[in-house]
Design a protein around this ligand. Structure first.
Ligand code: NOJ
Length: 747
């Protein structure tokens, strides 16, 4: 095995840097070809098999060992016992026909042992460093138990908060998701994939999973090509640009063709346009699920469709294993196609360095929950927390006596959120733990035992406590199990009797700080007037309690901004800021509220534009929104030129002043609108953002640069270009406010 490394080193030593990549590639390909030349069809099919196992398995099955020995398995999922990992790898590299190492994969989504905020929370940091460090820590911890492949990052744009997997998503904006997607991949894969602490990333789910109708998981998606290219594709392009090693297909169909059997997606876009040279893995059973979709007749047909679409490795189902040989014999799939699958898979195994060092690097085993990792997790939680309301209550002064109430105030498991199989809840620092260790003057009475609790039996104790304290900190939310895969909700308010208890507490007259720990935006229109402050912490992970305590008492600022529009009600969904204008855009002047319509009114078209009579046309909080403990003012937007040519840049300046009494940090956002296009264009699109720290009283100039490259979009003929015309531009604190200017882009 070391032979491969020796050849590469020798060849590279004797050539210039510029040629290195090409030469390395040629050596890699020759090595792959030399292995492939010795493999039988059965051996090749074995490489395409990603075998699912149970992470709770107490014994290693003899049948699995035998399959590995015979070369029938290319990769394994969920083998979490390190002894099993070591034993299986030893069998693969010592006894299997071609001694090809296995890859061990796992859903390491927002941390392995040290749990970071859920991905939607990390997205609220708007901070690539947070994304990168979270995935780096996850890679260091998980690689020590043999995991060299994670099924992350999930890059599905999500526009419907009913969808449970919104928790795992980067939110609704393609630009923000691209910035984060790139950083996640860089963190997981490190400087080089063959570093023992690097794990292969998997950009998933290709593509459109977040567009599931009605937010119902696994549901149908209908995505016109311009929407696919302008909104759903960019985060994947960004991840592939920095070398994401693998891509996972999606469960859903896209415009009638399931993603796992979709040639247009997997061949035309992924391979031909994006030049992806890693491997494509199906999602769990998604190959055979093409039967239920009504696209494949049976398992064999499903295998044929997936193979002809270019799916390389099959997760858990066995359509390839059982049928590929016969399909090749019948000429329905060619052996060359199978060769391509195997080459794609071997390429990643080589890049991971598995042929040279197949065994796990144990040096980081002791690094689980290290101080450095916990500090990064706490920082991420602080940077992800979004302040949605603050009526002069936060931060609390040091001697405030706090009534700590609510079902999530001490919920170590739920605080970690979805996809945390490996996190140990005994390491979670809950708000209660943090209040205790910081010696906060507090009394803890949860009032409800869990988020769905409907019982009022503990209300009295909570109310009595509230009356005896200065302030109520009510930690509300959803249990972890209420978001994530297959956990969509039609109502997205606080479940159980939480709203009832909050209303009771508000009658005590004590100020209430509502803290929400949840996997999605939670509708709070019913209770917003009963509380004085609202902090969204998402499911904040292992260190969430400490982060919260420091924010509540003003040691730190809540630094996050919404990566998603926050709805007033589920009936408003899907909602996203970068929508189209329509022919009858909603506006203040024309808006007619339901209760203003005279009884017996003539059936004229009152209002006559695109809004709901009962809820209006705006979200509760817009995309990009988040308050600070200080106050910022934007002034004097200036653009460098009114007209620019296609090869010129435009410079946009504005001044930002901290007019409050505390130092603080703002996320300054840049949006544009392409006013007229060959297809209609969104009312606004995020094009850039900057984190700006300002001392109290300080003013800084903020500068953005836009080139015509950033104004490109894909139209109905799949032409990707910027078009001549007028553009509006905004610099501001969120997607619904800011200073406005305009320019003209000229051919
Ligand atoms: C199904 C999920 O959709 C996917 O994201 C995950 O990686 C696989 N299961 C493996 O657990």
């Amino acid at each position: 095995m070391k032979f491969y490394l020796v050849i590469i080193a020798f060849v590279l030593m004797s050539c210039s840097q510029t040629k290195d990549a090409n030469i390395k590639h040629d050596v890699e390909e020759k090595y792959i070809d030399s292995i492939l030349a010795q493999m039988s069809i059965d051996d090749k099919i074995g490489q395409t098999n990603l075998r699912g196992t149970s992470s709770r398995a107490k014994t290693l099955s003899e049948a699995l060992k035998e399959d590995v020995r015979q070369g029938k398995v290319g990769a394994l999922l969920n083998v979490m016992n390190v002894e099993f990992v070591d034993e299986l790898q030893k069998i693969a590299v010592e006894e299997s026909p071609h001694k090809i190492p296995l890859i061990f994969g796992r859903d390491v989504i927002h941390g392995f042992k040290t749990i970071f905020p859920i991905p939607l929370g990390l997205a609220a940091s708007w901070d690539e460093n947070v994304a990168r460090s979270s995935s780096r820590v996850a890679a260091i911890e998980s690689s020590s138990v043999g995991i060299r492949w994670t099924f992350a990052p999930m890059l599905d744009i999500a526009r419907d908060s009913r969808w449970g997997r919104i928790a795992e998503s980067p939110g609704e904006d393609p630009y923000l998701a691209s910035v984060l997607g790139k950083a996640y991949v860089e963190g997981f894969q490190g400087d080089s994939l063959n570093n023992p602490t690097s794990i292969a990333a998997c950009a998933k789910h290709f593509i459109g999973y977040g567009a599931a109708i009605g937010g119902r998981d696994y549901n149908t998606t209908l995505i016109p090509e311009p929407l696919l290219r302008n909104v759903y594709l960019p985060p994947f392009e960004a991840a592939l640009d920095v070398g994401a090693a693998t891509v996972m297909t999606a469960f859903n169909e896209v415009n009638g063709i399931p993603a796992t059997g979709n040639q247009f997606l997997l061949k035309d876009i992924l391979r031909d346009e994006l030049k992806f040279d890693g491997f494509v893995v199906s999602d769990w059973d998604s190959t055979i699920e093409m039967i239920a979709h009504g696209y494949a007749r049976d398992e064999k047909h499903a295998g044929e469709l997936a193979a002809n679409a270019g799916m390389d490795m099959e997760m858990t189902s066995t359509a390839y294993q059982n049928n590929l040989k016969e399909l090749i014999a019948e000429g329905k799939v060619t052996e060359q196609q199978l060769d391509e699958f195997v080459k794609n898979i071997l390429r990643i195994k080589i890049r991971l360095g598995l042929f040279d060092e197949p065994y796990r690097d144990k040096t980081n085993e002791a690094n689980f929950y290290s101080k450095a990792h916990l500090d990064l997790a706490k920082e991420a939680a602080i940077k992800s927390t979004v302040l949605l309301k603050n009526k002069d209550v936060l931060p609390l002064s040091k001697n405030t006596k706090v009534a700590l109430i609510g079902p999530l105030a001490d919920a170590p498991l739920d605080q970690m959120g979805t996809w945390t199989f490996d996190g140990d809840k005994t390491h979670t620092v809950t708000p209660l733990d943090a209040f205790k260790s910081a010696n906060i003057n507090h009394v803890y009475k949860p009032g409800l035992t869990h988020s769905r609790d409907l019982s009022k039996t503990q209300f009295k104790k909570a109310l009595t406590t509230a009356k005896q304290c200065d302030v109520v900190v009510f930690v509300a939310g959803e249990e972890a199990i209420l978001s994530g895969e297959a956990h969509s909700r039609a109502h997205i308010n606080l479940p159980g009797a939480q709203e009832v208890l909050i209303k009771e507490l508000s009658k005590t007259g004590k100020p209430i700080v509502l803290v929400i720990m949840a996997g999605r935006p939670i509708t709070i229109t019913n209770i917003i007037n009963d509380v004085d402050a609202v902090l969204m912490t998402w499911h904040p992970g292992t260190m969430g309690g400490e982060a919260l305590q420091e924010i509540v008492f003003g040691l730190r600022e809540p630094e996050g901004r919404l990566p998603i529009s926050w709805p007033k009600t589920a009936g408003q969904l899907p909602y996203f800021y970068n929508h189209k204008n329509t022919g009858r855009p909603a506006n203040k002047e024309d808006y007619v509220a339901m209760y203003d319509i005279p009884v017996g009114a003539w059936q004229s078209s009152l209002g006559n534009d695109s809004h709901y009579l009962d809820i209006g046309y705006k979200p509760h909080f817009p995309f990009g929104y988040g308050l600070s403990y200080t106050e910022f003012r934007y002034d004097a937007i200036k653009i460098s030129k009114d007209t620019i040519n296609f090869n010129e840049d435009i410079i946009i300046n504005a001044t930002l002043s901290n007019i409050g009494k505390r130092d603080g940090k703002e996320i300054v956002q840049l949006y544009t609108q392409d006013v007229v296009g060959s297809i209609t264009r969104p009312v606004k699109e995020l094009k850039g953002f900057q984190h700006v720290s300002l001392k109290a009283g300080e003013t800084k100039e903020v500068t953005f640069k836009i080139s015509s490259e950033q104004l490109k979009f894909s139209n109905h003929k799949a032409v990707y270009a910027a078009e001549e015309g007028h553009f509006n531009v905004w610099v501001g604190p969120n997607s619904s406010s800011g200073l406005k200017d305009a320019f003209y882009l000229k051919k």
